[in-house]
Design a protein around this ligand. Structure first.
Ligand SMILES: Nc1ncnc2c1ncn2[C@@H]1O[C@H](COP(=O)(O)OP(=O)(O)OP(=O)(O)O)[C@@H](O)[C@H]1O
Ligand SMILES: [Mg+2]
Length: 272
């Protein structure tokens, strides 16, 4: 099972949209490109629970499964929620999260007797044979749960929005990436993904800087701004499910094709 973390310490740059789209599209496969579906585990690591809401597994009243995994360092029974009807053969499962993550993080910090940083790594190791990919949606901070995700991860995808402030923020972003990399030197940055893209002088300048000077690999495919992607959140749906014809849905499909072409596809019959 390959573990992929979607991360950016800046808020609102389409981390969740990217993580859920990627999970869904990897699970579905791509008939046109003859790519079979993969077995995908989507790990919601954000207490906001936005990814959990999209797959209707959010529960605000009880400690969510991700929080229990953080506290115990083990998968435990019933940690994984099956999501039916999303992908053919139901190959997409979700580990939900909610605000109990704050309590779980405090409990972990207080627990000096057990290792604190490799709890996800241990827990995910317990289900490694059951999935091809685990996609982790992270919050915009570097809390104990994000550190755990980074320690477990094999690859990092960094969504960025090239908005008016982004030129100022890009160097900071590179520093943050290095900070994150320091937590797990084996993790490779699969690439920066330009999201919510609208053509303007600022966005073009930011993109040139990113591709030529940031020192980070950048995916060729960009994700266009699309009002349908925002509308989809009102219905707790991914852009692909809400409107498969929208620019964002089409771009995410092409992005996943680029990703598997660069990093290989793990799917039925090709498991390593
Ligand atoms: N391509 C797009 N076009 C239009 N709106 C988009 C696009 N991608 C994401 N959005 C919208 O931008 C908002 C932020 O997206 P999202 O929740 O994925 O960001 P995030 O990085 O996960 O945020 P947070 O840091 O709060 O976790 C959402 O309302 C989402 O619908
Ligand atoms: Mg999010």
């Amino acid at each position: 099972m390959k573990i992929v973390s979607v991360i950016n310490l800046k808020g609102g740059c389409a981390k969740t949209t990217t993580a859920v789209s990627m999970a869904e599209l990897l699970a579905e496969g791509d008939k046109k490109r003859k790519r079979p579906g993969s077995r995908v585990l989507l790990f919601d690591n954000d207490k906001q629970g936005n990814a959990s809401r999209m797959f209707e597994v959010y529960n605000r009243d009880q400690e969510a499964e991700a929080c229990r995994i953080m506290r115990t360092g083990h998968m435990g029974e019933n940690s994984i929620r099956r999501v039916s009807g999303i992908a053919e053969d139901e190959k997409l499962d979700v580990i939900p999260c909610n605000y109990f993550m704050e309590l779980a993080e405090l409990a972990v910090k207080a627990d000096q007797d057990h290792a604190q940083h490799d709890r996800y790594k241990t827990a995910l190791g317990e289900v490694a044979g059951e999935y091809d990919y685990c996609i982790i949606d992270n919050p915009p901070d570097l809390g104990m749960n994000v550190i755990n995700a980074m320690v477990a991860t094999h690859e990092i995808i960094i969504p960025v929005c090239l908005d008016a402030y982004s030129l100022d923020g890009l160097e900071e972003l590179v520093e943050q990436i290095n900070q994150v990399k320091a937590l797990n030197r084996k993790a490779r940055i699969a690439g920066v993904l330009i999201t919510d893209y609208e053509k303007s002088d600022t966005s073009e300048a930011a993109e040139s800087w990113l591709r030529a000077k940031s020192g980070c690999p950048v995916f060729s495919q960009k994700i266009r701004h699309s009002t349908k992607a925002k509308d989809a959140t009102f219905y707790h749906q991914t852009p692909t499910r809400y409107s498969v014809r929208s620019g964002a849905a089409q771009d995410y499909k092409a992005f996943v094709a680029e990703y598997v072409q660069k990093f290989g596809n793990l799917a039925a019959g090709e498991r390593g």
